[in-house]
Design a protein around this ligand. Structure first.
Ligand code: SAM
Length: 241
């Protein structure tokens, strides 16, 4: 499956970060993901190419105007697969999780609206936006980084994007737990050795050790996750040990 993404942003150059590098860059190159940008500034008609204006009711900051955004969204819709979900990245949106990324990765096309200033005119959200998503309970100066977080996270869930198809399944949160620790050569670093079991070649023992580590870490660091996850018999036994 291919996901076609069009981003509405005043700073389209920023998206080189996902288009040109690493896993997401390769996904683009291999045709599994497409990322295009529409700049609302291209849809202004005045000499100063104004995309923002003062807020009604007064107060600090500026608000993104409806017209240029509406036209940029219309062009974006025409450039991706039909039925695109229009998403506004916003601190007031649904908190993004691994499960949320899986939902988004299953859609054929997305339009991601990155806000700036104090945000966008509420009427544009009411009339054009299907879903609002937040990447966390903190405020960024723009939606671009949030959109890139979403693009990066969902692209590694697309079939064929990661070199090893099990990689994403073993990451933190995939099973509702944190990932186990990882080691590579050398066998001794400073005064620390690689855990014996990982050198044993006993695949069953390694699997059990990793599962136990995942459970232990999740219990120590994120007990809130353990309360949400449905543990199997083996997991409950390891946790009790
Ligand atoms: N006044 C807005 C509020 O308090 O809800 C915040 C505006 S913020 C300075 C500018 C833009 O950054 C927003 O329009 C949004 O697109 C983006 N943004 C900021 N924090 C975000 C977050 N946690 N998740 C997603 N997008 C965020």
């Amino acid at each position: 499956s291919v996901v076609e993404i069009s981003v509405i942003s005043l700073f389209p150059e920023m998206f080189a970060a996902v288009r040109d590098y690493g896993v997401t860059g390769r996904a683009v190159q291999n045709g599994l993901l497409s990322i295009t940008c529409c700049n609302p500034r291209d849809f202004t008609t005045d000499r100063h190419q104004t995309v923002d204006d003062r807020p009604y009711g007064g107060g600090p900051g500026m608000v993104m105007k409806t017209e240029p955004l509406q036209q940029a969204i219309a062009l974006a819709k025409a450039s991706v697969a039909p039925g695109a979900t229009v998403i506004y990245l916003s601190p007031q949106g649904r908190p993004l999780t691994q499960a949320g990324l899986a939902e988004l990765a299953a859609k054929p096309s997305l339009i991601l609206l990155a806000g700036r200033y104090e945000g966008v005119d509420e009427r544009l959200i009411d009339s054009e936006v299907d879903e609002e998503w937040s990447i966390g309970d903190y405020v960024l100066s723009g939606g671009e980084l949030a959109a890139m977080v979403m693009i990066d996270g969902l692209s590694r869930l697309l079939p064929g994007v990661l070199g090893h198809h099990l990689s994403a399944e073993q990451d933190s949160f995939a099973e509702g737990l944190l990932d186990c620790p990882h080691y590579t050569r050398p066998e001794h670093y400073r005064d620390m050795a690689v855990p014996d079991v990982l050198l044993s070649g006993n695949h069953e023992a390694i699997r059990r050790w990793r599962l136990k580590q995942s459970l232990g870490r999740t219990w120590l660091r994120r007990r809130d996750l353990l309360e949400k996850v449905e543990l199997g018999d083996e997991q409950n036994k390891l946790l009790a040990e």
